[in-house]
Design a protein around this ligand. Structure first.
Ligand code: GLU
Length: 472
């Protein structure tokens, strides 16, 4: 149970087989709001649609949340497991007169609508059973409907949208329990939120009209309304609703694209929320700063460039050990081969020179090819250009100088600089073939960093391999 006055938020995704990036952002806002106030953040799986709600679909949500680092309090709640409780509330409402049994058949409802349409009236169904005498009830299936007020207005005082007014004449007596006894989504959400002690409902603004209808259940049960904050949707760069056309929409796809979770959190927090001009920030700052007044009223546009930029900054700022753990998880997620322990050690050792200027783990690993690859190093087309006969000659002549050097940054720098000077060569003339020999790539850390990370023996062996090439 939550302590009195404690903020309790939740994310309530429907398992659809993947976790939408919009859901992830909603989860993040709820998480930040609660965590910044010593509150609780809960997870409820809205799995009442039995066909779609497979264990795999639920797993996709748990995995997505876990990857993003959005930890929730307690066990994830299954909405489906609570159907009895939902039905109990419907029965209570029947007893108190807040709801009624409606025996109208589908045909009768359709006929009502046709007639209303023909007369140019509202097609909202007005059940003849709303005030019927129970003595007239047939022995037939019925649904339970809420007895919604027909006059006046329902106002949702929303933290983002402001006061939003709905005319009660436009709210129908929605169904709470279907004729097979199963609860509707509207009922389930409210009962679950109340039972879970949710104090703040932060969700997409596509649920704003639902808030008005759900508030009728709160009123009928004499429950306290939560604070509502309906946040604008995420649009694609072209201003249309974010969809597959714009690129990835599933959270796990972003993991597979090699974005660090901290960068994703930073970017998604900024997507539709701002704190002055701050772009790059830590979780701790986001927790401190996050509030409803920073949420933009208009929809945010997804900007991949900005995401990459922030991800690069987070990779550079990350602590080496944590970064390595995240990279290993990334490799697992993309189904790459496991790295040998010795390579993991070298990665850890070389992380300091790999994490600058990498926007994704893929880019970082590309730079780490000199660690991950194995001898003999097959140079790519670009770096092969630095291994012509002259360059190979330079490598051969440089070799004894390196053999005699002390294997430290100073020692290696002095050896290379001394050799360059003695032979009237520019440093680049030596660094390029050396880079090609050590990594077989052109985008790498400095040759000194590489030699220090892989060590004397391995460096000299690779240089010998390259100097001995006979292919051009
Ligand atoms: N299950 C709903 C959805 O995935 C969320 C309901 C809510 O947040 O109240 O859109």
């Amino acid at each position: 149970m939550a302590e009195t006055g404690q903020v309790v938020t939740r994310i309530a995704p429907s398992p659809t087989g993947f976790m939408h990036i919009g859901t992830a952002r909603t989860a993040l806002f709820n998480w930040l709001y609660a965590r910044g106030r010593g509150g609780k953040f809960l997870l409820r799986i809205e799995d009442t649609d039995r066909e779609r709600s497979t264990p795999e679909a639920t797993d996709a949500i748990l995995t997505g949340m876990t990857w993003l680092g959005l930890d929730w309090d307690g066990e994830a709640v299954s909405q489906f497991e609570r159907v009895e409780r939902h039905a109990e509330i419907a029965r209570q409402l029947l007893e108190t007169g807040g709801a009624y049994k409606c025996f109208s058949t589908q045909e009768e409802i359709a006929a009502f609508r046709d007639a209303a349409r023909a007369e140019g009236k509202s097609t909202l169904f007005r059940s003849p059973w709303r005030d019927a005498d129970p003595a007239t009830f047939p022995d037939a299936p019925y649904v339970v409907r809420i007895k919604a007020p027909r006059e006046g207005e329902t106002v949702i005082d929303d933290q983002v949208q402001g006061k939003v007014t709905f005319r009660n004449a436009e709210l129908d007596d929605m169904i709470l329990l279907r004729s097979d006894g199963t609860p509707t989504y509207m009922l389930a959400v409210v009962v679950d939120d109340v039972d879970m002690g949710v104090t703040h409902v932060i969700r997409g603004d596509d649920h704003l009209a639902n808030a008005a209808r759900q508030s009728l259940i709160y009123r009928a049960m004499d429950w306290e309304l939560p604070v509502y904050a309906h946040i604008p949707l995420i649009l694609g760069p072209d201003g249309k609703k974010l969809s597959k056309r714009h690129g990835a929409t599933g959270v796990e796809e972003y993991q597979k694209m090699g974005y660090p979770a901290a960068g994703m959190r930073n970017y998604l927090t900024r997507l539709g929320w701002s704190h002055g001009d701050d772009e790059f920030f830590t979780d701790a700052q986001a927790r401190d700063w996050f509030d409803f007044n920073g949420i933009n009223k208009s929809a945010a546009r997804f900007d991949f460039k900005k995401l990459e930029n922030l991800c690069g900054q987070h990779i550079a700022a990350a602590e080496d050990g944590a970064l390595l753990a995240e990279i290993l998880a990334y490799l697992e997620a993309i189904g790459a081969e496991k790295l040998a322990d010795s390579k993991k050690d070298s990665l850890a050792q070389g992380m300091y020179c790999l994490k600058e200027r990498a926007k994704t783990f893929g880019e970082l690993l590309e730079k780490a090819h000199f660690i991950i690859g194995d001898r003999p190093f097959e140079p790519d087309t670009k770096s092969l250009k630095s291994l012509d006969a002259v360059s190979r000659g330079i490598l051969s002549e440089l070799t004894p100088h390196l053999q005699n050097a002390s294997w430290s940054r100073n020692g290696l720098e002095e050896a290379v600089a001394g050799f360059a000077e003695a032979n009237g060569l520019k440093l680049g003339k030596i660094a390029q073939p050396l880079r090609a020999a050590l990594a077989g790539r052109t985008v790498t850390p400095s040759v000194f960093d590489m030699m220090l990370v892989i060590g004397r023996e391995e460096s000299l062996a690779r240089i010998e391999d390259a100097a001995g090439r006979t292919d051009q």
